[in-house]
Design a protein around this ligand. Structure first.
Ligand code: ADP
Ligand code: MG
Length: 583
């Protein structure tokens, strides 16, 4: 029986895998016979959606109806409207969640067709809809939530969202039967880069720390080449092809092709056709490496920082006080392997420079597929202990109406919700999270805190941070705050996310991600103390509570992502998705 699919929903390419009957992770080909599908969506009409290679071609011919790099907008809010960044295509206003859902729908549809073709599903079997989707390690709550919603719009049951490097590490450890090791995962994709240090403990990955950039990826290497090509053409032919959008788009495709050729060959022929005629020349790998060296160096600076944080954790020191010797000591005594992940890691310059700099020959196996395979491993272990009958029991005890919420809470370990239903749920399903399939020890992707006045006398709101980026999870912290007005009947609890590493952050450096109110039964004297607690569990789920002892007033919020879609918007998107045809 196939328990679930693992999905690498990439910025530029996506991939689906499952675990076969021998327990081996296997990638499922799409309907074009390829292991990966470009994450590009083309709306041919409002009901006809094309995803993948053909859509990529339409980027040039029909840019208004084609979307690429949608992952960069996931969970982001428009500064002006304070709403998800919407775009109107073929007359429909769509969120990034909805557009991502198109990619998911197409690749899951193809994966199921492939499973039927290779005889793993029979005609009478329903499609596999349970999935684990991966996301970058730096994705915050809003982005993770948006990814989940995308799955929901695509009609999928998203069992878990796990970080991409964790998935890659899981795959490596699983396939090579490693149980106890620490490694670094270097993931250079199409538009993003991240580096993560992961410790495997009894086959369970534990993220030690992670760093990276959302604006560094293969696309930047392409851009470097585009500029070079354009300047060369300008020099030789006197025309700036960058002014012609059609030629420029073509130039981008050509640049990517040249880059890919140079990964396997020393030279690549280039031909540029502009209004001033044709220009032919040869590009060598050496030239390419020289022109892009600065980009590669940038990725290494994130490695250095990540090593520094890991060393600080290991030697129990502050990040700033770690010396180069300690970093080197950490590297040589702890990191046993460097795994390369992501299409751009295929550029020979990557492993060359890494091995020169860190003295470890990086491993390049499964570059394009490791993340999806790791997600599949997670999907296959996710439900251990819970059968269909178990879920049926849950449905009977909590009722149809609450079932989805409770199921999700059990799967993600949302203790707040589970607690509410503790009395009616089957006992074995409310046990501690550790017994529920595979659980990852993780670190916080961002810094979280609540806003409050800087001091009782000041009029300035700042963010008081509770959980910091790269803090080990689960983490729980309580801080006391005091009311500022006489007779106050409640307190606003506003939750903020940021990249800050200090105890306090300016309000404008954070993003508000949720809010709630603690109501008092009656007006309270000025200076009433309330205790605010923020708790993040190992699955990265955030719980916030505020408490006033004397009146026993409590506010409990399980995380509500304020920039998510409304239930109505989600419903409409689900309906539209059902109406559309996908190829
Ligand atoms: P993402 O995870 O961001 O979706 P991928 O890991 O699939 O991205 O990587 C996509 C990037 O890898 C693109 O920029 C693509 O041009 C680049 N790429 C793919 N194959 C090669 C190759 N052989 N050599 C160099 N770059 C490559
Ligand atoms: Mg990727």
């Amino acid at each position: 029986m196939i328990k679930g699919l693992g999905i690498d929903l990439g910025t530029t390419y996506s991939c689906v895998a499952y675990i076969d009957e021998n327990g081996k992770p296997v990638v499922l080909k799409n309907s074009e016979g390829k292991a990966t599908t470009p994450s590009v969506v083309y709306f041919e009409t409002k009901d006809k959606v094309i995803v993948g290679e053909i859509a990529k071609q339409s980027l040039v011919s029909e840019p208004d109806n084609t979307v690429a790099f949608i992952k960069r907008d996931m969970g982001k809010i428009d500064e002006d409207t304070k709403q998800p960044i919407m775009r109107t295509i073929q007359g429909i206003q769509m969120s990034p969640q909805e557009i991502s859902a198109k990619i998911l729908t197409k690749i899951v549809k193809d994966a199921n067709a492939e499973l039927r073709m290779i005889g793993k599903l029979s005609d009478s079997d329903p499609d596999v809809k349970d999935v684990v989707i991966t996301c970058p390690a730096y994705f915050g709550m809003a982005e993770r939530e948006a990814t989940k919603v995308a799955g929901k719009i695509a009609g999928l049951n998203v069992v878990n969202i796990i970080p991409e490097p964790t998935a890659a590490a899981l795959n490596y450890a699983y396939v090579s039967q490693v149980k106890q090791k620490t490694f670094m995962v270097y993931d250079l994709g199409g538009g993003t880069f991240d580096v993560t240090i992961i410790e495997m403990n009894n086959g369970i990955p534990r993220v030690i720390c992670t760093d990276g950039s959302h604006t560094l990826g293969g696309k930047d290497w392409d851009e470097m080449l585009v500029q070079y090509f354009a300047e060369k053409y300008l020099e030789e032919k006197g025309e700036d092809v960058r002014e012609n959008l059609d030629i420029l788009q073509e130039l981008f495709l050509k640049a990517e092709q040249t880059k890919i050729t140079l990964s396997s060959r020393e030279t690549a022929p280039v031909m540029i056709i502009g209004d001033a005629g044709r220009l032919n020349f040869t590009m060598t790998r050496t030239e390419f490496d020289e022109k892009t060296k600065e980009l590669l160096e940038r990725s290494l600076s994130y490695i250095d920082n990540c090593l520094k944080i890991a060393a600080a954790k290991k030697y129990k020191k502050e990040d700033e006080t770690i010396t180069n010797e300690e970093v080197n000591k950490y590297l040589s005594e702890n990191i046993s392997d460097i795994l390369l992940v992501g299409g751009s890691s295929k550029m020979p310059q990557v492993s060359k420079l890494i091995s020169e700099r860190y003295g470890i020959e990086p491993k390049e196996a499964d570059l394009d597929e490791a993340v999806a395979k790791g997600a599949a491993i997670c999907a296959s272990t996710e439900f251990t202990g819970f059968s269909e009958e178990d879920w049926q029991l849950v449905k009977e005890s909590v009722g149809e109406h609450e079932f989805d919420v409770v199921k999700e809470a059990i799967q993600t370990g949302n203790e707040n919700v589970i607690k509410q239903f503790e009395d009616v749920l089957p006992r074995h399903m409310v046990q501690k999270q550790e017994s529920r399939g595979m659980i990852f020890t993780n670190v916080s992707p961002r810094t979280y805190g609540t806003s409050a006045y800087d001091s009782s006398a000041s009029d300035k709101l700042v963010i008081f941070n509770f959980i910091k980026r790269n803090d080990e999870l689960p983490k729980k912290l309580t801080q006391s705050f005091y009311t500022r007005e006489e007779g106050q009947s409640g307190v606003d609890i506003d939750l903020y996310e940021s990249f800050s590493m200090s105890a306090k952050t300016e309000l404008e450096d954070g993003t508000k991600i949720g809010s709630g109110v603690l109501d008092f039964p009656h007006g309270m004297p000025k200076g009433t103390c309330i205790e605010v607690t923020i708790n993040m569990n190992s699955a990265g789920l955030l719980e916030v509570s505020a408490f006033h002892k004397e009146t026993n007033s409590v506010y409990n919020g399980t995380f509500d992502v304020s920039n998510s879609l409304s239930p109505e918007e989600t419903k409409q998107a689900i309906e539209r998705n059902k109406q559309q045809s996908f190829s």
